[in-house]
Structures are given as structure tokens and as C-alpha cells.
Design a binder for this molecule. Structure first.
Ligand SMILES: NC(=O)c1ccc[n+]([C@@H]2O[C@H](COP(=O)([O-])OP(=O)(O)OC[C@H]3O[C@@H](n4cnc5c(N)ncnc54)[C@H](O)[C@@H]3O)[C@@H](O)[C@H]2O)c1
Ligand SMILES: [Zn+2]
Length: 402
């Protein structure tokens, strides 16, 4: 047996009103007096920024805000945010929003500490040391970025989503207040929610840590399945099966919002140790080429990748129907694995996630280029239970999804 490890954000505060109750305390524990808040215009409009500023001003923290992050942030925008932060010289960076804002905040904290450009640090374990104190406050229930080691943005020159993956990018504090997600429209709820499901399923189906194909001497954040990540992934899948439809149908269903906020954070804890895999590798070129949210792209691809993985992950997939709320037990493993795929397709349809690449602006001639790019992301492919052996195999999955 190999040893395995498990890492998280420094401290997690979770629950309704957690921001009001604990943001001041988090700053105090970081000895912070100047906060740089990374957010966007939608959250300003929704009053979420005002709710966040209140405990900060009460605690005499001087604040400045950057309110211009856009979804799937392009690298140019990250650079602008870094420049604004550099002028202000904060002693804490706060990411307030969905993954786009939290990840931009992570990149700011990284560059304030180490200089350079976001593109200098893409890939696995390339951040040289601790970053500026960082607090992540999610306002979607999806990415798990508040506890994860990843920061994702768009390389607009190469037309691909890229990721900096480093233990130093786990926030010092994660403050998860499900009430902040109540203003999410149905589409944001659905896209983020299915991203959380993708995280949990990819982590749950990951290669076991014992068999993880890591070349000697190489360091990586993702290390394959371990019992703790597994327990968290299971619970995330169960909560999503129970609550995602409800949260999409009625944004004011607070029990569903609580459940989804917890699911997203648990999914983040699971995948940021076990790993995400082929779905994410295949989504990155799609997301870089057409305007689709990361969650919708993942949700679209997820069942096709599950089908590709079935020969290597039948027993694991067969456990999913029970977690997703199926009432009837299927003794036959192969049939249960098929049922898992069908249940994910049904959930995807029920919450309005697109089901065909052609419907989101992808044309058939783009597919070979996508396959080449996805096949190159080895840090994700090696987590996958069935390792694609060629670009052609990946192209085959894209064609199924087309
Ligand atoms: N770092 C990680 O571990 C990780 C993991 C998965 C995905 N990601 C990345 O995160 C990004 C996606 O993040 P996301 O799915 O959270 O969406 P997002 O951050 O892109 O936000 C989507 C939209 O929802 C709006 N929104 C957010 N919260 C809201 C609220 N409470 N009320 C109303 N509107 C709200 C935003 O303003 C934005 O317009 C992608 O770039 C993806 O690649 C990162
Ligand atoms: Zn994701």
C-alpha cells in the first residue's frame, strides 16, 4: 500500500450567514488591514458585494474592489486585475463570486507574491512558494475552488482553458455561505451544479492512489482515489442527486441551496486530492474555442466519457445509481453501470444542460484539434480509469458528443 495525503483550505467556515459572522475574524487571524476584493458587476448589482463589505468595514479593514471579472476569465483580464492589486498593495486578497472570480483572486495572490505572468505558472506544482493571504467566498455552488488547489483561466492566444495547479493556491480561509447562492439564476445553478457532479464522479472513478501512474520524481496535486476523497465524493454525489433539480427549479429553496453548497465544497475537497480527469481535459479546448460555461461543457461531455470509461470502471459506475437516488437495486453490474449513465443523462436534460456539441457552436472540423489538445493534458488523463491511448480515441468520444 502506498501512503496517501489529503489537503484542504486552511480553515473552512460553512453555513448560512457565515460571511457576516466570520469574515472579520478571518481577516483578524490573517492580521489583515487592507483587503483587495475580486468580484464582478452581477454580484455588485445583486447586493452580494455590499453584504461582504459590511463585516469588513465593521472590523476597520480598508477595502478596494475590482468589479470587472467576466466568466471563464481571459488572461488579459487577470493581468488587469493584478495591476490594480499591485497599485493597492493589499495584505489579503478576497475572491468573491463563482470560480471565475475566486480563481482570478488566486492568480492575483500568486503574482503579488512571486511576480511574472499567469501563463508562467500553468501546469502542475509550478508555484514556487506561499502566495499572499487569500480568502475565497463562493457565490455559486459548483467549482469547489474555495478549497481547491487550482486556478483556471483562458489562454486567449492558444484558445484553451488553462490551469495553475499548486498546493499554494488553496485559500487560507474558505467561507461558504449558502445564502449567497440564492440570487443565482437557474442556468448558473444548473451549470455550476453539474460541474460539481463532474468533479465528484471524476474523483470517485479516478485511478486508485495505489496504482497511480506517476513517473518517479514528478510532483502532482492529483494523486488518484483515496478513502477520504472517496467518502467526500460519495456524499457530494448523493447531495447533488437529492438537491440539484430542486435548486434549479426554485432558487429560494434554502434546503436545496444548503445541500448544493455543501456538495460543491465536498466535491472540491474530493477532486482536488483525487483529481479530475478526461471530462475536464476534453472540456478545456471546447471552452477555449466556443462560448460555453465550464459547467455546461462538462455536463454535456460527462455521460459520453462515462460510457468510454465503462470497461475499466464498471464496478465503480455501478455504485452511482444508489447514490443518485435510484430506488430499485440492480444486481447486474453492467446494467447498473448503464443505469448510472442514463441517470446522469436524465439529470442533465432535466436541468437544461445542452446535450450535443453542435448545439453550442462547435463545428465538426474543430474536433480533431480539440482531440490533439485534450490528449496533451497528461496530468488529467492519467487520473482517468481508462487511459486514452491515442488522439483518435478521444476524437471518437467527441464524435459521439457531436
Ligand atoms: N479552481 C477550481 O478548482 C475550478 C474548478 C472548476 C471550475 N473552475 C473554473 O471556474 C469558472 C466557472 O465558475 P462558476 O461556474 O462558479 O461560474 P462563474 O464564476 O463563471 O460565474 C458565472 C456567472 O454567474 C454569475 N453569478 C455568480 N454568483 C452569482 C450569484 N450569487 N447571483 C447571481 N449571479 C451570480 C456571475 O456573475 C457570472 O456572470 C470557470 O472558469 C472554470 O474553469 C475552477
Ligand atoms: Zn470543473
Amino acid at each position: 500500500m502506498r501512503t496517501w495525503s489529503f489537503s484542504s483550505a486552511g480553515t473552512l467556515f460553512f453555513g448560512r450567514h457565515a460571511v457576516r459572522l466570520h469574515l472579520g475574524e478571518a481577516c483578524e487571524r490573517l492580521r489583515a488591514k487592507r483587503a483587495f476584493i475580486v468580484t464582478d458587476a452581477v454580484l455588485v448589482q445583486a447586493g452580494v458585494l455590499a453584504q461582504t463589505l459590511e463585516p469588513l468595514t465593521q472590523n476597520h479593514i480598508h477595502c478596494t474592489t475590482f468589479e470587472r471579472v467576466t466568466p471563464e476569465p481571459p488572461v488579459e483580464l487577470v493581468r488587469q486585475c493584478v495591476a490594480a492589486a499591485r497599485d493597492y498593495q493589499p495584505d489579503v486578497v478576497i475572491g468573491l463570486g463563482g470560480g471565475s472570480n475566486m480563481d482570478t483572486a488566486k492568480l492575483v495572490a500568486m503574482i503579488l507574491a512571486h511576480g511574472g505572468d499567469p501563463l508562467d505558472y500553468t501546469g502542475d506544482c509550478r508555484v514556487p512558494g506561499p502566495v499572499r493571504p487569500l480568502i475565497a467566498i463562493p457565490t455559486t455552488a459548483g467549482t469547489g475552488s474555495e478549497v481547491s488547489a487550482a486556478a483556471v483561466f483562458t489562454d486567449t492566444t492558444q484558445h484553451i482553458k488553462v490551469s495553475c495547479l499548486s498546493p499554494f493556491l488553496r485559500p487560507h480561509f474558505a467561507i461558504v455561505d449558502p445564502l449567497l447562492t440564492v440570487s443565482c439564476p437557474a442556468k448558473v445553478t444548473a451549470d455550476a451544479g453539474i460541474d460539481a457532479l463532474t468533479h465528484a464522479i471524476e474523483a470517485f472513478c479516478a485511478v486508485d492512489n495505489n496504482a497511480f501512474p506517476l513517473p518517479s520524481g514528478e510532483r502532482t496535486v492529483y494523486q488518484g482515489k483515496n478513502p477520504l476523497a472517496d467518502a467526500l465524493a460519495r456524499e457530494a454525489i448523493r447531495l447533488i442527486g437529492q438537491y440539484l433539480r430542486r435548486a434549479v427549479q426554485n432558487g429560494h429553496d434554502l434546503e436545496a441551496r444548503d445541500g448544493m453548497a455543501l456538495a460543491a465544497t465536498l466535491g472540491g475537497l474530493a477532486f482536488s486530492n483525487a483529481g479530475v480527469a478526461l471530462v475536464h481535459a476534453m472540456e478545456y479546448p471546447v471552452g477555449g474555442a466556443v462560448h460555453v460555461s465550464h459547467g455546461a461543457g462538462n455536463g454535456l461531455l460527462l455521460p459520453y466519457v462515462m460510457a468510454f470509461n465503462k470497461p475499466a470502471a464498471r464496478a465503480t459506475l455501478a455504485q452511482l445509481p444508489a447514490l443518485l437516488g435510484a430506488t430499485r437495486h440492480n444486481d447486474d453490474e453492467d446494467a447498473a453501470a448503464d443505469e448510472a449513465i442514463a441517470l446522469v443523462m436524465k439529470l442533465r436534460a432535466d436541468i437544461g444542460i445542452p446535450t450535443r456539441l453542435r448545439d453550442i457552436g462547435v463545428t465538426e472540423d474543430m474536433l480533431p484539434g480539440f482531440a490533439t489538445k485534450a490528449f496533451a493534458i497528461k496530468r488529467l488523463l492519467r487520473v482517468n480509469p481508462r487511459m486514452p491511448q491515442s488522439e483518435e480515441e478521444i476524437l471518437g468520444i467527441y464524435k459521439m458528443a457531436f
